[in-house]
Design a protein around this ligand. Sequence first.
Ligand SMILES: Cc1cc2nc3c(=O)[nH]c(=O)nc-3n(C[C@H](O)[C@H](O)[C@H](O)COP(=O)(O)O)c2cc1C
Length: 311
Amino acid sequence: MPPKSTRGPDMRVTLAGVELANPVIAASGTFGYGVEFEEIVSLARIGAFVTKGLSREPMPGNPTPRIVETAAGMMNAIGLQNMGVRAFVEQKMPRLRKIPGAVVIANVFGFRIEDCIEVIRVLNDTPDIALYELNASCPNTSHGGMVFGTDRDLLLELTSRCKYIAARPVMVKLSPNVTSIATMARAAADGGADAISLVNTFLSLSIDIETRRSRIANFTAGLSGPAIKPIALRMVYEASQAVSIPVVGLGGIVRAEDAVEFLLAGATAVQVGTASYADPRAVENIATNLRRWCSENNVQKVADLTGGLLT
Ligand SMILES: Cc1cc2nc3c(=O)[nH]c(=O)nc-3n(C[C@H](O)[C@H](O)[C@H](O)COP(=O)(O)O)c2cc1C
């Protein structure tokens, strides 16, 4: 018998040409701008982190209440509150640059395609950003309030115009609030996306029966957390069957075993969002436990799990 390796499993994955130490990434909107987690999570021990959504100008977000806890997750209508791309570059990037091993993915959004392009232009001039995640689930006011992520043609146009000017690989984050995720995945791929990530939150409603009003000031909100995992998993499977670019899977991951399910469904890497609210160390713990799971299950390369689902 060949001697057993003492080095442990190879946890590296390559996402759109970017090598990550492992496939576990902190999701946008649940990990601040990374620096806030510096004391809690070792950024070198997670694959990467995604910043809060960055817009051209600072945004105050929606009025409160904008968060509701649910049976197995949470609903949020934060409204993409953020400091704006220029403040991020000036105030957060200098610190992030000094954190050894931190891989920064910048999440980009805008109300019009031109806004997204402007955010990308600012980021293009900023060193040490690994890739862009384009949030395609935001309202598009110049197109009559349509949403990029639910209109195939708009998604293709958004992707191709952003990709054209982007100095880094572009990962398009898809909305799950569609009839055919395969169609949207193909639109992003046809637009030139280097990868896709899914899912964002599911449109949802919670009613206070005493007041007979929505519990959320914005009326509807996005559902995330363990409640959405089986649906997210099905969508990741369908999307990965539809395109040949890498797929990053997320939605309700709280344990390493959840991450394994997403990898088997076809994901190259995973993101962890809501779990960080219950346990701020969740992303790092999932990365550590995924390594242990691979060791215990004789998986020598985590990348070999991708698409391993038997049908
Ligand atoms: C409070 C909160 C804020 C979020 N903000 C963003 C955001 O700014 N941009 C984005 O693309 N996704 C955002 N998301 C969506 C998450 O990144 C993720 O797609 C979703 O929550 C599903 O994953 P989870 O079940 O692991 O949380 C946010 C989610 C939550 C809960």
